[in-house]
Design a binder for this molecule. Sequence first.
Ligand code: FMN
Length: 416
Amino acid sequence: MFRFLTAGESHGKGLTVIVEGVPAGLRLTEEYIARDMARRQVGYGRGGRMQIERDHAEILSGVRHGLTMGSPIAMWIENRDWSTGKGPDGVPWIDEMSIEPSDVEFEPITALRPGHADTPGAAKYGQTDARNILERSSARESAARVAAGSVARRFLEEFGVEVHGHVTNIGGVHAKPSHAIDWAALEQPPYHRERPDGSRMAAVRCADPDAAARMIQAIDAAREAGDSVGGIIEVIATGAPIGLGTHIQWDRKLTTRLAAAVMSMNAVKAVEFGAGFAQADLRGSKVHDVIKPIQDWERSPDGGWLRPWPRRTNNSGGLEGGMTTGEPLVVRAMVKPIATLMNGLETVDLATGEFVTKAHFERSDITFVPTCAVIGEAMVAAVLADAMLEKFGGDHIEETIRNWRAYMAGLGPQGE
Ligand SMILES: Cc1cc2nc3c(=O)[nH]c(=O)nc-3n(C[C@H](O)[C@H](O)[C@H](O)COP(=O)(O)O)c2cc1C
């Protein structure tokens, strides 16, 4: 079983993540994880926070001499803002977020932000300061998810499974559908913009350059209006073998687990697979993915089947009956527009329930859709790693690989 737990507040000292279930003997370095951590930090429309942080996941346990030991992998990500920055009330974060009781006076947050966790959180946890809610509901936590997802990605690489994310829509601008995305190119110019310091930032992680340019305009227009925009991300995983997950029980279906993992991302309000909601308007004959006959199957180098039971189309998004079909897994998520608006919405005060003209504002993004593509990769990778371990087990990576190879070699027509 691959699982992880995170801890940490947005402006606290840092984030902790504990990843469990990774077999022994897997090559893993901080340098490898650093690539994904950096990818999470870029994206047009992010606010000032990303200029402050230089996210680095320090491995504290579970790895020795570059190889996992099978024990829990604990990682620590420092929040630079904690030691250097100040809250919107001018109080240094070190004092505002002090673990020990503190005499420093700070302003509680009471102008509740509609759309954020402030209102149900403060009501439920009996809080007089919404900061005690927003610090944990902030997506700063997603840095820890990306570190865990990177470990999952490293594990999946051993089986030729790749997980990539991109943006298909921001602020009503839709990218042209693309069937062959050059993932390496997405990390390079012209998909990147120069930062003032000369470093490059992924603009909007969209594979359609025309749409990307219009997405940037939509983000700029929202910024000028003191508003925010949402969008849609798509995560595509290739190389997963047929038969991960099961049809046997509702909570063990891979579809259930993927949907839950992707829905758990902050601000995601809808998830679809493959042709998704559009299937509702089509007839069955136009939806279901016809299976290719054996003459069209490809052999693997060892003489087995590379991808047995392939399909002519992939409207299912690589999932049937809660199991992988062996076709690319295609998961899409709708990300709502940011709740913290420069021109705050009308709201009420947490202490009095009285009308307030503007909800609380503190440094915020205009959009975070490009970042969600990277967080989505992490969540999908984590679920796939878990499903691979469920199917193939193994306390050492070589054992997992042996089990996977044996399974793949045994796949094919059942009469063989
Ligand atoms: C990468 C990322 C960055 C985010 N940044 C902000 C932000 O700057 N301001 C904000 O109000 N919400 C932001 N959010 C969304 C909130 O975390 C989220 O809306 C809030 O926790 C309420 O949860 P819900 O939208 O899932 O219901 C961000 C989400 C993600 C995934």
